[in-house]
Design a protein around this ligand. Structure first.
Ligand code: FAD
Length: 458
């Protein structure tokens, strides 16, 4: 009898356009699909993201005809044990390029002994580490990276895995088995539907209706102007290569811009591959050495920011969107990050950790470098002295105030753009909406003073 191959799913929860699956199933070989709930990763993942992942696993299990095996425990123990138990010829994976994933896979590989760990493909169109300058070093700046990434090119989509012959995970005796029905797979009302079919439907809907206007609409949190594909890309319910192949047929400004946004995701993954420590520390060390606020007053400011009670309506709308939907618009992410760092004088790492606790698309590379961009801490960052004005941001990106009214019910009765400055109403802010916790003009000057001081100190 042909020995089965193991396909260890991680951030690739789909069956189409899945090169590692096709490699596992070569010549009609039967495949056992397994996912390991790793306590190390679960411990550092926010509840919303874990629940969304559970729902993606349930959708994947359906695609496998209910034959997915889910285990809980340390992959470096469980994967070799499972491979031995079913007599697996090989273990197949999509390569992981993040710091923990690389360490984990090296440990699994060592523990597998003679059974080969075969890496095919990755969560990216071009694997981190491939786009390099002539001297072999990586890029620190996005625009030349984009040029080189485009020149490097990427493969077309792999075929469908619909015809794979799956081994039934239910017949495998492992005490660490978890029943998918025991996991809380129900996705809350405000979250998107999970899984590969939902990802494809979301892409089709955006491609046919949103892409043409994307270049302008993507800066408007009050519009549904972006794809909202980030949670699916995070869990690999769809691969960026699938999207890029579709974009090839299109030359509109929206299509060009969308492709460039996908390249940001690839750029940030490449930066983390080059600088694994940058998931926690600023690439520009001067930023971590700045004078940051701490203590009880700082904690109160942080709590007000987390809960959307800063008294700045645009900031509060964004923070409440995060709590409600597990997602926040990119423009708003930039605005709230600037506010935390430059108005509240709190280190970007605190904000990044809060994002990772609540985002269903929380991704260590895009998140830590999105934050470093806002902090002026990365190699490709806005300079520290560029400070966003929270009211101007509101007027620019939510001109009629619809975004604020949607997420801040206390202000829902204020018409038009006046919602951005409720303190100017003759009766003051309604419904106990708080006054601003800080004065932006004062704190901007203070942020620049601290920055100037740090630079003077060398
Ligand atoms: P679209 O505008 O439709 O873009 C399509 C895809 O391109 C996105 O799904 C994403 O994969 C990629 N993309 C777009 N913009 C960026 C960007 N600036 N950086 C990297 N990739 C991008 N994105 C995450 O996926 N996970 C995170 O944890 C994350 N944290 C962030 C934190 C901060 C402080 C900032 C400023 C940005 C962060 N981003 C993160 C990037 C960006 O905000 C989201 O990818 C985007 O809002 C997702 O919405 P969308 O799918 O509708 O995007």
């Amino acid at each position: 009898m042909t020995k089965p191959a193991l396909l260890w799913f991680r951030r690739d929860l789909r069956i189409d356009d899945h090169p590692a699956l096709l490699a596992a199933a070569v010549d009609g070989r039967p495949v056992l699909g397994v996912f390991v709930l790793d306590p190390v990763l679960l411990g550092s993942s926010g509840h919303p993201r874990v629940r969304f992942m559970h729902a993606c696993l349930a959708a994947l299990d359906e695609s496998l005809g209910g034959r997915l095996l889910v285990l809980r425990g340390d992959p470096s123990t469980l994967i070799p044990r499972l491979a031995a138990q079913v007599g697996a010829a090989e273990v197949h994976i999509s390569a992981d390029y993040m710091p923990y994933g690389r360490r984990r896979d090296a440990a699994v590989q060592a523990a597998l002994g003679d059974v080969e760990l075969v890496r095919t493909g990755s969560p990216y169109a071009v694997a981190p580490g491939r786009v390099r300058k002539a001297d072999g070093t990586g890029y620190a700046v996005y625009t030349p990276f984009l040029r080189a990434w485009s020149e490097h090119g990427y493969r077309g989509p792999a075929g469908s895995g619909a015809a794979v012959s799956w081994v039934d995970g239910a017949n495998v005796e492992m005490p660490q088995r978890i029943s998918l029905t025991d996991l809380a797979v129900r996705v809350a009302g405000h979250w998107p539907a999970a899984g590969e079919a939902a990802a494809k439907a979301g892409w089709k809907q955006f491609r046919d209706n949103g892409l043409a206007g994307y270049q302008l609409d993507r800066d408007r949190p009050d519009h549904e102007g972006t794809s909202r594909l980030s949670p699916y890309l995070k869990w690999g319910c769809i691969h960026p290569r699938t999207l890029l192949a579709d974009l090839k047929q299109r030359s509109s400004a929206g299509a060009v811009t969308f492709r460039q946004e996908l390249a940001w995701r690839e750029f940030y993954a490449d930066l983390v591959f080059q600088h694994p420590g940058s998931v926690r520390r600023s690439i520009n060390p001067q930023v971590d050495e700045l004078e940051w606020d701490s203590g009880a007053a700082a904690d109160q400011h942080f709590a007000a920011w987390q809960e959307g009670r800063t008294g700045y309506p645009y900031i509060d709308a964004a923070m409440r969107q995060l709590l409600t939907e597990g997602w926040m618009h990119n423009r708003a992410r930039m605005g709230v990050a600037s506010f935390l760092i430059k108005d509240l004088h709190l280190p970007w790492q605190r904000g990044a950790a809060h994002f990772m606790d609540h985002l269903i698309d929380g991704d260590v590379a895009s998140n830590s470098h999105g934050w470093q961009w806002a902090a002026g801490a990365g190699p490709q960052a806005a300079p520290f002295f560029r400070v966003f004005q929270p009211v101007t941001q509101g007027h620019r990106h939510d001109p009629a105030g619809d975004y604020v009214r949607r997420y801040v019910p206390e202000l829902a009765g204020i018409p038009g753009a006046a919602v951005h400055t409720p303190w100017d109403l003759p009766t003051g802010p309604p419904n106990n909406y708080p006054p601003p916790i800080i004065d932006h003009a004062t704190e901007r000057v203070e942020a620049l003073r601290r920055w100037g001081q740090r630079r003077k100190d060398g």
